[in-house]
Design a protein around this ligand. Structure first.
Ligand SMILES: NC(=O)c1ccc[n+]([C@@H]2O[C@H](COP(=O)([O-])OP(=O)(O)OC[C@H]3O[C@@H](n4cnc5c(N)ncnc54)[C@H](OP(=O)(O)O)[C@@H]3O)[C@@H](O)[C@H]2O)c1
Length: 323
């Protein structure tokens, strides 16, 4: 199998770490450009991985590090911006892809694997996130000199994800009842291993060039069902109370101004469209996508074991105090 030189942007994130370790496992030479190299030293244990601190928004930096590469993989994405105008999404998604294209052209790198998102749409503004993702995807695909494959997943799950782990932590903080915005929003969660599999297949198969693949898992759930499912990993049940649309909207407006933006108005707008595919997982990737029931217990159950230890610790402290 051919060994490629691959430069990965966004290789330090959830999907990035899974993908980079698969690429290294196949013996490819992987160059990861990172904002904070020190935070991701775990990647350095992978033998063929080079981790470089770099400002990827600087075009000359990209030109320098794309030199000699066979393939570029772009996984950079944000769900929230620090401002409220959409400029942050434009910078992280659209302007970055413009710079990637220029750096590819300058170095005669012709292959780009690009991560987009399901429902990304440059023609219709659902949210700043989905609009900018759609614009970035279209921009990459109209360039003649680039051989682009795009991936458009629904929500991705797996060890280290920010979906199930986030709801797990929120449930942990909600003693009895958890209010949930947009409870009827629908998703078809797709396993990170299947998403990574699609990238790996595309790397080796020219038939994927020019294609945009929607990636969904085997089943559709409402957000409320997914949070209820997460709740099963606790020793006692919390009640999930779905908020009405007007209260969901209000919660989004308020959270928009909470530090760290745990939920935003833009997230709320993205949730107004179901994140589900029209067809099955692309047959070309020859894999039967895994379900949450097969995978999620393997990592959430580990957290809940830790929870049990916390409970034992609390009992022990109470016992010592009252002795
Ligand atoms: N996870 C999902 O459910 C899902 C679903 C659909 C599509 N996607 C898309 O898949 C891609 C990867 O998602 P993920 O879950 O792995 O996200 P993630 O864990 O948040 O990782 C995002 C990556 O992008 C980098 N990044 C973000 N903003 C940046 C900026 N302004 N400048 C430079 N680097 C920046 C991060 O670097 P740091 O490590 O320095 O923060 C990280 O490497 C994204 O494009 C996302 O939109 C994800």
């Amino acid at each position: 199998m051919k060994k490629y030189k691959i430069c990965v942007l966004g290789g330090t994130g959830f999907v990035g770490k899974h993908l980079v370790s698969r690429l290294a496992g196949e013996g490819h030479y992987v160059r990861v450009l990172a904002r904070h190299r020190e935070r991701h030293r775990d990647l350095l244990v992978l033998p063929t991985v080079e981790l470089i601190q770099a400002n990827i928004h600087n075009e000359s930096v990209l030109k320098k590090y794309f030199a000699g590469q066979d393939v570029i993989i772009n996984l950079v994405g944000i769900l929230n911006e620090t401002c409220h105008s959409g400029k942050g999404f434009q910078r992280a998604h659209v302007q970055l892809v413009q710079k990637i294209i220029q750096a590819c052209e300058a170095n005669k790198v012709s292959r780009l694997l690009h991560m987009s998102a399901l429902n990304a749409n440059s023609k219709k503004k659902i949210s700043h996130y989905l609009l900018s993702k759609g614009q970035a995807e279209d921009l990459a695909h109209i360039i003649d000199t680039l051989q682009v494959t795009s991936f458009r997943p629904s929500v991705i799950f797996g060890p280290g994800d920010s979906f199930f782990n986030r709801f797990f932590n929120l449930l942990r903080l909600s003693p009895f009842v958890m209010p949930l915005a947009c409870p009827q929003a629908r998703f078809a969660p797709v396993y990170v291993g299947d998403v990574v599999g699609a990238f790996m297949y595309s790397l080796h198969n020219a038939s994927t060039i020019g294609q945009r693949y929607d990636l969904c898992g085997p089943r559709v759930y409402t957000l409320k069902q997914l949070v209820q499912y997460t709740g099963r990993f606790f020793s006692y049940q919390r009640k999930i109370v779905g908020l009405l649309p007007v209260l969901s909207k209000l919660q989004a407006y308020i959270m928009e101004y909470v530090p760290g933006k745990p939920f935003s108005f833009d997230n709320y707008q993205s949730l107004q469209v179901d994140s589900v595919c029209k067809g099955h997982f692309p047959a070309i990737f020859a894999s039967k996508p895994r379900s949450i029931e097969e995978i999620v217990p393997l990592y959430l159950a580990r957290h809940s074991q830790r929870d049990h230890f916390d409970i034992y610790r609390r009992y022990a402290q109470q016992y010592l105090r009252h002795r």
